[in-house]
Ligand binder design. Structure first.
Ligand SMILES: [Zn+2]
Length: 236
C-alpha cells in the first residue's frame, strides 16, 4: 500500500518538536514531507529564524517542502458555520475556512513570496486543518500546483484529478480525541484498506506522553509500507 508521510507545522515556533519528529523518522529511514508555515500564529516569521530556515532548505535536498497556509490561524469570523468550523472542528486553526477565493489567492501568494525570498522550494500545498474552501483548488491549479490534500482526498490541482485517501494522525489537542485517534491509527494498520494513506505527524503530538509510543509504533508500521513522495503517491 502506498504511503505518504509528513510533518505538519514546520515553524520556528516548534523547532525542537519538528527536529524530534524528524529524528524519529530518520531513525527508520523515512524522509517525511515538511509542511512549512511562513508565520505561525503571526509570531514566528521564518525570516526571523535564519538558522532554522537554513536547516529546512538543506532538508529540502531530499525531503519535499509544502506550503502550509500562511499564519495557520483563521481570521475572526462570525456566524454559526464559522463557529462550528473553528471551535469544534479545528480549534481556530483552519486558516482558509470561510475565505473568499480572492482572500485564498492573497494568502497563497503571500506564502509563496516568503518561501521564494528564502529560497525554499514549494512541492505542494496543504491547507491548515485540511480545510479546503470552495475555489482554493482553482487558486492552486492556476499556480501550477501538482499536489494538495484535504481530510478525505489527495488531489493534483493542475489536472483536476482527485483520489480518496485515508489520513492517519493524532488529534492531540485534547486527551479524548488523542485516544480516539490512537485507536483509529491501530485499526488502519490492521485494515490496510488499499487506498492511498497519509501519515501526518504534528509537533503538538509530543505534548501527550503516551503518544510518543504510538508515534514510534506508527512509524515502525509505516517503514514496512511503500513510502513515496507526492508525485509517485498520486501516480497509478
Ligand atoms: Zn497544521
Amino acid at each position: 500500500m502506498k504511503l505518504h508521510v509528513s510533518i505538519h507545522d514546520v515553524s520556528p515556533a516548534y523547532e525542537a518538536q519538528v527536529f524530534h519528529l524528524l529524528d524519529l523518522c530518520h531513525a527508520r529511514g523515512i524522509k517525511p514531507a515538511l509542511l512549512v508555515v511562513p508565520n505561525f500564529h503571526q509570531r514566528a516569521p521564518l525570516a526571523d529564524a535564519p538558522t532554522f530556515v537554513d536547516a529546512v532548505r538543506m532538508l529540502g535536498v531530499d525531503h519535499e517542502l509544502f506550503l502550509h497556509g500562511y499564519t495557520h490561524r483563521s481570521a475572526e469570523r462570525t456566524g454559526m458555520r464559522a463557529f462550528v468550523d473553528q471551535r469544534i472542528v479545528s480549534a481556530g486553526e483552519a486558516e482558509f475556512s470561510n475565505l473568499t477565493v480572492t482572500e485564498c489567492a492573497a494568502l497563497v501568494d503571500a506564502g509563496e513570496r516568503v518561501m521564494r525570498d528564502l529560497s525554499l522550494r514549494i512541492d505542494g500545498f496543504v491547507p491548515p486543518a485540511w480545510t479546503m474552501p470552495k475555489g482554493l483548488v482553482e487558486v492552486l491549479a492556476a499556480r501550477g500546483y501538482a499536489y494538495t490534500e484535504d481530510h478525505l482526498t489527495v488531489q493534483r490541482p493542475k489536472t483536476g484529478e482527485v483520489w480518496p485517501s485515508l489520513v492517519v494522525n493524532f488529534a492531540s489537542r485534547s486527551q479524548t480525541r488523542a485516544i480516539t485517534t490512537t485507536v483509529f491509527s491501530r485499526l488502519s494498520m490492521l485494515l490496510s484498506l488499499g487506498v492511498r494513506t497519509r501519515v501526518a505527524l504534528h509537533p503538538t503530538d509530543l505534548r501527550v506522553p503516551f503518544l510518543h509510543n504510538e508515534i514510534a509504533r506508527l512509524l515502525d508500521w509505516a517503514r514496512e509500507q511503500q513510502i513515496t513522495a507526492s508525485e509517485q503517491f498520486l501516480a497509478d
